[in-house]
Write a protein that binds this ligand. Structure first.
Ligand code: COA
Length: 303
């Protein structure tokens, strides 16, 4: 990964803002989810273009250098075409572009796809996770309105001879659980929060252990754990079971809420911007979401 970027809508919605119009409170939201505020607004393509532009610039590249665009999203602007088409035009890219939808696991699925494309000869891949969950949420439903947030995160992957590498990964799905979290065409999100919570902790732990096993590493060797940001209690429970101490976990949910496939690249960008990754750092990414899907990856940071 040679460049990264992030984008958040200007509008910040605090817990107090929600408590002013819903039967909820800052105390309940903070205690049950760890969220204090989230950003809402914009379109998936606008946010993706902004994050993508930053990632290309921070890699020291121009739009023409990108060989392929992979956009992870579960909140496309339209059913047809893929939102990657608007993003491709918005960034002035001249390469192929396609969407990946694995719900909140989309970024890690996209990372594995992007990595495979470098093995297939593409030198520079732009991978973006971008979401506007607020658009498919009934904002009068207190159980979901307090959780969702909008945003985008992007990385440039380059096939280089440096030390940075994707060491191992685990991708999984169980389609028999798709009723737990879904949104019909033209409808709004439905979530069985309790059941998703229960399953989420288990799949994050199991999937992380599989990826670690594939890398021949123990959780104690991981320098930074970058989990999907769905609920601070899920992150704490999964990290505790893996034996990863809090100081090695990236938590951004307090500021961004659940931004689905944007949450891991936003958390990664946050860790990079605050100097939490150095060359050689071992990083574990792990996400889960509707499907259900789950995905984990172990990386060595190249710097
Ligand atoms: N404010 C105040 N009370 C709320 C509330 C809110 N925003 N939302 C729900 N409640 C109430 C419920 O109505 C219920 O009241 P009752 O006991 O009188 O029936 C009570 O709080 C407990 O509800 P419950 O659903 O058991 O809460 P919870 O502790 O499980 O927290 C979630 C709810 C959604 C935060 C939690 O289940 C969760 O995070 N699940 C996983 C979600 C997830 O990961 N989604 C993304 C997947 S990618």
């Amino acid at each position: 990964m040679t460049g990264w970027g992030s984008a958040l809508p200007d509008k910040v919605v605090t817990n107090e803002d929600l408590a002013a119009r819903l039967d909820t409170s800052d105390a309940w939201i903070t205690e049950r989810t760890g969220i204090r505020q989230r950003h809402m607004g914009g379109t998936t393509s606008e946010l993706a273009v902004e994050a993508g532009r930053q990632a290309i610039a921070s890699a020291g590249l121009e739009a023409r250098d990108i060989d392929i665009l992979v956009l992870a999203t579960t909140t496309p602007d339209e059913v047809v075409p893929g939102t990657s088409a608007s993003v491709q035009e918005g960034l002035g890219l001249s390469c192929g572009a396609f969407d990946v939808n694995a719900a909140c696991s989309g970024f890690v699925y996209g990372l594995v796809v992007a990595h495979s494309l470098t093995l297939a000869g593409m030198r520079r891949v732009l991978l973006i996770g971008s979401e506007t969950l607020s658009r498919i949420t009934d904002l009068d439903d207190r159980s979901l309105a307090v959780i969702v947030g909008d945003g985008a995160g992007a990385v440039v992957l380059e096939a280089t001879g440096g030390p940075g590498e994707l060491i191992s990964f685990d991708l999984g799905a169980d389609g028999s659980l798709r009723h737990l979290l879904h949104c019909p065409h033209g409808g709004v999100l439905y979530m069985d929060g309790k059941e998703v919570f229960r399953k989420a902790v288990r799949v994050v732990v199991d999937s992380s252990l599989k990826a670690l096993d594939g890398a021949g590493l123990g959780a104690d060797q991981i320098d930074l754990f970058v989990p999907h940001q769905a609920n601070a209690r899920i992150i704490t429970a999964a990290a505790e079971r893996l034996g990863i101490p809090p100081e090695r976990c990236v938590v951004t949910i307090d500021r961004y809420g659940n931004t689905s496939s944007a949450s891991i690249p936003l958390a990664l960008a946050d860790a990079l911007d605050t100097g939490r990754l150095t060359p050689g750092s071992l990083v574990l990414l792990s996400g889960f979401g509707g499907g259900m899907t789950w995905a984990s990856a172990v990386l060595r940071w190249g710097g």
